[in-house]
Design a binder for this molecule. Structure first.
Ligand SMILES: *Cc1c(COP(=O)(O)O)cnc(C)c1O
Length: 418
């Protein structure tokens, strides 16, 4: 059952007509589907039913409070990468014992904040970070539960910007360094090494890289046991891909079965950190056509959404399916769909064949529920878009559209002091 489908020639978001939502709430507009978020979370989490596990949704994919709360209510924990995400997760009612904290650049104040909240564990990415966590914990008379992020040097075969588990990437420690670091962690009084962690990349479309990473971690687990460490958590990160275009990623069930097989003799709690696979296809971004024009070389459709609203095409050359919300039979032609921002890199799609669009009509960018709004900015002093969450016949604004006042709210005019 899909929740963004055409009915009588009009795109629906659950029980709503998307063109009507756009008219009511304005554009650009992010629309998330409650039913889809629920379905995706359930499909993912239940794929690991047979395993002792914890699903920690990756907040950076979509950190809207209502989205976090909705998933939290279904039992999800959260994977955070900043103090700001910790703040959001706690506000959304996520239990601290279901929060894991990843990221290469944790700062002292963020470590303090996470220790005070008593989160499940820090996924620690370097020796200096380990030492700082130890120091901060000791100052507070606490012991920080940690795992080390191990870089298993597995090629996830995805876009270079979203591959993270290769030797040349900035993330984690290689196996040799990890051994040293665990030895150190064992002897530091302010940390308790209870886990192993890796996250090899994003938008993976096969399970082999996950299995290969797990094999390497399992070999390492044995070494840690010999060292006298009691590892209780194995965090395999996120990264399962979704269909943007024609990708055919494995179903979570396939991953679940393969992992269950591989983990059957380990006495650990498996942690998973899915982001995109939960939220990606649970959201669309709707924008309105402003102008069309044809140069000698190209046809352009200028829409009111830009790279500040949805940066993935500009940043990674990512593909988002684009379609009219009220399709009509028209001549199709190749075109660039571009935004109003003064950058050549500002486009939603290039050389895309679409019907000749008319000013005033809306188009939807599909698969925009992950790394869409969370990556939005105010570049060109464009107020950020509104986000709405539909649930059957209910629609709620879960983040109002920013205003011009919001744009300058934090600034002071040096001349007038106001
Ligand atoms: C981004 C990230 C994730 C989520 O990745 P997806 O591809 O969205 O599933 C999980 N863990 C870590 C450490 C991340 O940085």
């Amino acid at each position: 059952m899909h929740h963004f489908v055409y009915k009588d020639g009009r795109l629906q978001a659950e029980e709503f007509d998307v063109a009507e939502l756009a008219a009511t709430y304005g554009t650009p507009l992010y629309i998330y589907s409650t039913a889809t978020l629920r379905r995706h979370y359930h499909a993912f989490d239940s794929a690991f039913e047979g395993l002792d596990h914890l699903t920690c949704f990756s907040a950076k994919a979509n950190s809207n409070l209502s989205v976090l709360r909705l998933l939290g209510d279904m039992g999800a924990g959260v994977d955070i990468v900043s103090g700001g995400e910790l703040y959001r997760a706690l506000k959304a009612g996520i239990a601290p014992e279901k929060i894991v904290y990843s990221g290469v650049g944790k700062q002292r104040h963020e470590i303090e904040q996470a220790l005070e909240a008593d989160i499940l564990m820090f996924n620690c990415e370097s020796v200096p970070e380990l030492e700082l966590i130890n120091e901060v914990a000791q100052e507070k008379g606490l012991v920080a539960r940690i795992s080390l992020r191990i870089n298993p040097d597995v090629d996830p075969q995805t876009h270079p910007y979203i591959s993270t588990g290769l030797k040349k990437n900035k993330f984690g420690l290689n196996l040799e360094q990890s051994e040293e670091a665990y030895r150190l962690a064992r002897d530091l009084p302010g940390v308790d090494p209870i886990g192993m962690d890796c996250h090899i990349g994003s938008q993976l479309t096969s399970i082999e890289p996950f299995l290969e990473a797990l094999e390497r971690l399992k070999r390492f687990y044995a070494k840690l046991q010999d060292m006298g460490l009691a590892i209780r958590y194995l965090d395999l990160g996120g990264g399962l891909g979704i269909t943007y275009d024609e990708e055919t990623p494995p179903h979570p069930q396939q991953l679940g079965e393969a992992l269950a097989e591989s983990l059957k003799d380990l006495d650990v709690t498996l942690i998973l950190e899915p982001g995109r696979v939960i939220a990606g296809n649970a959201g669309i971004m709707v924008s309105k056509v402003l102008y069309t024009k044809t140069s000698e070389a190209k046809h352009f459709t200028v829409v009111d959404a830009a790279m500040n609203d949805l940066v993935r095409p500009s940043l990674y050359g990512a593909y988002h399916r684009l379609a009219e919300v009220t399709p009509q039979k028209r001549q199709e032609l190749p075109m660039d769909i571009v935004g109003p921002i003064c950058e050549t890199g500002d486009f939603l799609a290039q050389d895309r064949t679409l019907p000749e669009l008319a000013p005033g009509e809306c188009i939807a960018a599909f698969s925009a529920g992950a790394y869409g709004f969370t990556m939005a900015s105010q570049y060109n002093s464009r107020p950020r878009a509104a986000e709405i969450l539909v649930d059957g016949d209910q629609a709620r604004i879960v983040r109002r559209r920013e205003t011009y006042e919001d744009l300058i709210a934090l600034e002071t005019d040096a001349l007038t002091g106001k």
